[in-house]
Design a protein around this ligand. Structure first.
Ligand SMILES: Cc1cc2nc3c(=O)[nH]c(=O)nc-3n(C[C@H](O)[C@H](O)[C@H](O)COP(=O)(O)O)c2cc1C
Length: 325
């Protein structure tokens, strides 16, 4: 399949694995890239730029295909060493960066000078247009369904994607709720140039997370996610567990008085315990509604090949067949 996204990133299939904290290690990124998609290492999961440089080296040992690095610009007072991370990316020869969170404008010149193509993750048409206007090469449009941070507008992809297509000139991928060949064909039909998946890629053989995490996604239905931190305007879609129930109870009890400190226990530093140790109730963790469409734990290659086969069957068979009758 050839789209503006496969051309931009020099990949075979228009499928991207979004950056995921404590999931996007070299093993997963390399597996996705080797299968013809675009794998992405999560920059900030590596605590220092030196560790990121090492992770990039490890990934390069596992694949000779293009892969990217996610840089999430967090709204925190003491910000991570972003210049250091960008240096590690540039020196490591990575040519694709997925940015997310705050506006990446400040960091674009350094990345563009190094020949890096930047895809910025946006949850609204206005942010996508802003990304286009500051010179991002592409955007990943994340609908309300998505795992992680869906923003505060609550517009699902059936509306958000065609709205983005109406306004954007640069290529964009559909993100949030994408799982299979049907998702890919739908995303293309709605005007996107490919798709980005998070949750679906966690339930794969190569995802370097505890088996409990994969099984929790397989067991979950589309009804099992919750939105947390809405009162802090930092909404996150997570899989329901006892920590989520506790957090939501605090949100109810404290109302407008809720502060981040009140929920630190459920939120801060919990990912290693969940993703590595498989202690599923240790805290809240991002998961998309698409868990309801995840029924197995295939290898990344099986998953991507299945998606492409299914997409082709839908286009050539079902859709062409409808036209013919
Ligand atoms: C466990 C998990 C961790 C994530 N961590 C990050 C992150 O650190 N930075 C980021 O930009 N997006 C992060 N995301 C969002 C994904 O990159 C992607 O945009 C999202 O999962 C797409 O929605 P889906 O889960 O429905 O496929 C995370 C998602 C999940 C499920």
């Amino acid at each position: 399949m050839k789209t503006r996204i496969t051309e931009l990133f020099n990949i075979e299939h228009p499928i991207i694995q979004g950056g995921m904290h404590y999931v996007g290690f070299a093993e997963l990124a390399a597996a996705v890239s080797n299968a013809g998609g675009l794998g992405i290492i999560t920059g900030l999961t590596q605590r220092t730029p030196e560790l990121l440089a090492n992770e990039i080296r490890r990934c390069r040992e596992m694949t000779d295909k293009p892969f990217g690095v996610n840089l999430t610009f967090l709204p925190v007072v003491k910000s991570p060493d972003y210049p250091g991370y960008i240096r590690a990316i540039v020196d490591g020869g990575v040519r694709i960066v997925e940015t997310a969170g705050n506006n990446p404008q400040k960091w674009l010149p350094a990345m563009h000078e190094a020949g890096i193509r930047v895809i910025h993750k946006c949850t609204s048409v206005r942010h996508s247009l802003k990304a286009e206007s500051i010179g991002c090469d592409a955007v990943s449009v994340d609908g309300f369904e998505c795992g992680g941070h869906p923003g505060e507008d609550d517009v699902p992809n059936f509306i958000l994607l065609p709205r983005a297509a109406e306004e954007l000139k640069i290529p964009f991928v559909a993100s949030g709720g994408m799982a299979d060949g049907r998702s890919l064909v739908a995303a293309l039909a709605l005007g996107a140039d490919g798709m980005n998946m998070g949750t679906r890629f966690i339930a794969t053989k190569e995802a370097p997370v505890h088996e409990n995490v994969k099984q929790a996604i397989v067991a979950a239905s589309e009804l099992d996610t919750r939105l947390v931190m809405r009162p802090l305007r930092n909404t996150e879609r997570v899989l329901r567990n006892s920590a989520v129930d506790r957090l939501l109870e605090k949100e109810r009890a404290l109302g407008a008085n809720l502060k981040f400190e009140d929920i630190m226990g459920e939120v801060a530093g919990v990912y290693p315990r969940i993703m590595k140790e498989g202690t599923m109730d240790a805290g809240v963790w991002s998961c998309g509604m698409v868990a309801g469409l995840v029924h197995d734990v295939p290898s990344v290659r099986e998953l991507i090949e299945r998606i492409m086969r299914e997409a082709e069957d839908i286009i050539r068979g079902r859709l062409a067949g409808i036209l013919a009758t």
